[in-house]
Design a protein around this ligand. Structure first.
Ligand code: PGA
Length: 241
C-alpha cells in the first residue's frame, strides 16, 4: 500500500484527480470504477476543471459505479445515478453508452448483478477503482462481517450506514435499507485502486484498515492483499497512523 498524506481535503482531491488523469492519458479507453459520497465530490470538481482545460478527454472512457441504492429510480435525487450526473457526467464529454451503474429498480436482482459482472469482464476489467471508506471500515456497501468472495450483490445496510446516509434524506425512514454493491472480489480484481479519506471521523477506520489484521469486520483491511493500492488522506484522516 502506498499512503499519501496531503494537507487538506482540496489537496487530497487534486492528487486523486491527477492520478485519474494520468491513467486516462496513458490509456484513453480506461475502465474507471467510480464512487459516490461526500469524499469524492472535490475530486470530481478537479476532474471537471482538468476537462475544461482540455487536459483530460473522457471520449473513450468507460465507467462502472461501485453501488446504488435498491428500490430508488434514476430520477430520484438521492440515487447515485443522479449524483454521478450532477457531479461528473453532465460536466464532461463521456459517452452515455459507456456509463454503467447497478440498477436499483431491477426485479431480478441476481441476473442484473451477474450481467454487471459480465460487462466488467467483457470490457477487460477495471483499470482504476476509486473508493471511499465508511466509519465502520466498509468499502462500497460491503459492510462489516463481509464475505470476501462476493461479487456484485444485494446487501442489507448497517444501522451505522443508514444513520450516516440519513443526512441526505428528509427523514431516516426514507433511507433505503438495501443496496446493490460490487463485492470485495469485484473490487480486488481491479488493476489499481485509489482510496480517499478525509476528516477525523475516518481516522480510526483508516488505522484499522492499514495496520490492523485483515479481517471481515473491517472490510477495507482486505486491500492489504492488493498489489496496487494508493491511499490518499488528508491530515485528519491520517492522524491515527
Ligand atoms: P462519504 O462516504 O464519502 O460520504 O464519507 C464514504 C463511504 O461511506 O464509503
Amino acid at each position: 500500500m502506498r499512503i499519501i498524506v496531503m494537507d487538506n481535503y482540496d489537496e487530497m482531491s487534486k492528487k486523486a484527480a491527477l492520478m485519474i488523469a494520468s491513467q486516462v492519458m496513458l490509456k484513453p479507453n480506461s475502465v474507471l470504477g467510480l464512487a459516490t459520497g461526500d469524499t469524492p465530490i472535490g475530486m470530481y470538481k478537479e476532474l471537471t476543471k482538468l476537462y475544461n482545460k482540455r487536459d483530460i478527454d473522457f471520449k473513450e472512457v468507460r465507467t462502472f459505479n461501485l453501488d446504488e441504492y435498491y428500490g430508488i429510480n434514476h430520477e430520484n435525487h438521492q440515487s447515485y445515478y443522479y449524483f454521478m450526473n450532477a457531479n461528473l457526467f453532465n460536466n464532461i464529454n463521456i459517452v452515455r453508452e459507456n456509463i454503467y451503474m447497478p440498477n436499483g429498480m431491477e426485479k431480478d436482482v441476481n441476473t442484473s448483478c451477474n450481467e454487471y459482472e459480465t460487462k466488467i469482464k467483457e470490457l477487460g476489467g477495471i483499470d482504476m477503482q476509486v473508493l471511499g471508506i465508511g466509519g465502520n471500515g466498509h468499502i462500497g456497501f460491503n459492510e462489516p462481517n463481509v464475505n470476501f468472495e462476493a461479487e456484485t450483490h444485494l446487501v442489507n445496510l448497517e444501522e451505522e450506514t443508514i444513520k450516516a446516509n440519513s443526512r441526505f434524506f428528509k427523514s431516516i425512514n426514507d433511507v433505503p435499507v438495501k443496496a446493490i454493491s460490487m463485492g470485495i472480489k469485484t473490487i480486488m480484481n481491479s488493476k489499481k485502486i485509489i482510496l480517499l479519506a478525509s476528516g477525523l471521523n475516518k481516522a480510526k477506520a483508516i488505522e484499522r484498515a492499514v495496520n490492523g489484521k485483515i479481517n471481515p469486520n473491517i472490510p477495507a483491511s482486505i486491500l492489504q492483499l492488493h498489489n496496487d493500492v494508493t491511499i490518499i488522506l488528508d491530515k485528519e484522516a491520517a492522524s491515527s497512523l
